[in-house]
Design a protein around this ligand. Structure first.
Ligand code: UDP
Ligand code: MG
Length: 316
């Protein structure tokens, strides 16, 4: 099979019919063999009914997965990836904002130009300004932090070589960081294609302003996990030791100073009057705590089932 489309659906009843018709037309024109996997993320409208009807109309192509409740876009993508059988896997939003006309070129970039992942870039974007501006800032940070030159990390339209989606695990709201996860998994050929974008015709956006906060927290998690996920002691142990040593040096200094003043019979300040004393106290306490956090992290890692899971590409 050439292409698996993975389409997360949450309350998009009006869009599904026109979307599938459009997809079928594009696929037919190019002679692709394909499947369209609709993952109904616990919709409360009639989306699932529509998917069932589409299945009757396109029995060869349409597949459906229905969650019992709403879990989020990342879980929907995860299950779609798990089910996908095509050589190239393409994700696409269900709301008709992404255009199926982009499919052939995305497919070509993966199969002929050798990309592992091609991300869409909504160069001209039809969303309210309250969404586009924070998004620019977010993308800038993600670009700087990850070293991946993409303009639009969160674009719903993306294409992957099959083994990419089988090697990464998206959860929570990690769909925004799939390119980073792919890079971590060792897929270096990440490309970008400017894609058409359209205003939402039906229904409403499923993400509100909280997306900014969650997006940033997730970005920190992803970056932290990349660098120190496997060896938390490298950061916590290191920092903790430095802090502890600083505290120790100050403490020794305070003692030496006090003894020498005493020996010379000069006037003494009690330690509790000296700022350095409190700094030393804090540094020693925090140092030990930080070190312990790293140590606990290592213990957790030791019993993590994936501690020795490596991605092997080929072997003899
Ligand atoms: N979506 C989903 N589960 C959710 C939220 C959204 O499957 O909990 C789907 C939604 O149906 C759509 C896609 O994810 O197909 C993108 O959502 P939306 O269009 O609301 O996001 P926006 O375009 O505003 O970024
Ligand atoms: Mg949308």
């Amino acid at each position: 099979m050439d292409i698996s489309l993975v389409i997360p659906v949450y309350n998009e009843e009006e869009s599904l019919g026109p979307l599938m018709e459009w997809v079928a037309r594009v696929m037919g024109e190019h002679g692709f063999s394909y499947e369209a996997i609709f993952v109904d993320d616990g919709s409360t409208d009639r989306s699932w009914e529509v998917v069932t009807r589409l299945r009757e109309r396109y029995p060869e192509a349409v597949r459906g997965i229905r969650f019992r409740r709403n879990y989020g876009k990342s879980p929907a993508l995860y299950c779609g990836f798990d089910a996908a059988q095509g050589e190239v896997v393409i994700t696409m939003d269900a709301d008709l904002q992404d255009s199926p006309d982009e499919i052939p070129e995305l497919y070509r970039m993966i199969t002929e130009e050798g990309y592992d992942l091609v991300s869409g870039w909504k160069r001209k974007r039809y969303d309210p300004i309250g969404k586009t501006w924070p998004s620019k800032f977010f993308n800038w940070t993600a670009r700087r932090a990850s070293g991946i030159r993409l303009h639009d990390f969160n674009c719903g339209l993306k294409a992957y070589r099959r083994k990419v989606v089988k090697s990464i695990e998206v959860y929570g709201e990690m769909h925004r960081f799939i390119p980073i996860l792919a890079k971590q998994a060792g897929f270096r050929r990440i490309g970008e294609k400017a894609v058409q974008h359209r205003a939402r015709q039906f229904g409403v956006s499923k993400f509100g302003w909280e997306r900014m906060i969650k997006g940033y927290i997730d970005l920190l998690t992803v970056l932290f996990m990349t660098r120190f996920g496997r060896r938390p002691m490298y950061i916590f142990g290191g920092l903790g030791t430095v802090m502890f040593l600083v505290g120790l040096v100050i403490t020794v200094w305070l003692i030496v100073e006090k003894l020498s003043l005493q020996g010379q019979g000069l006037p003494l300040r009690p330690v509790t009057d000296q700022p350095l004393f409190y700094i030393a106290l804090l540094a020693v306490g925090l140092g030990v705590q930080t070190f312990l956090a790293g140590f606990l992290g290592e213990m957790v890692n030791r019993s993590a089932p994936e501690r020795n899971r490596y991605l092997v590409d080929e072997r003899f």
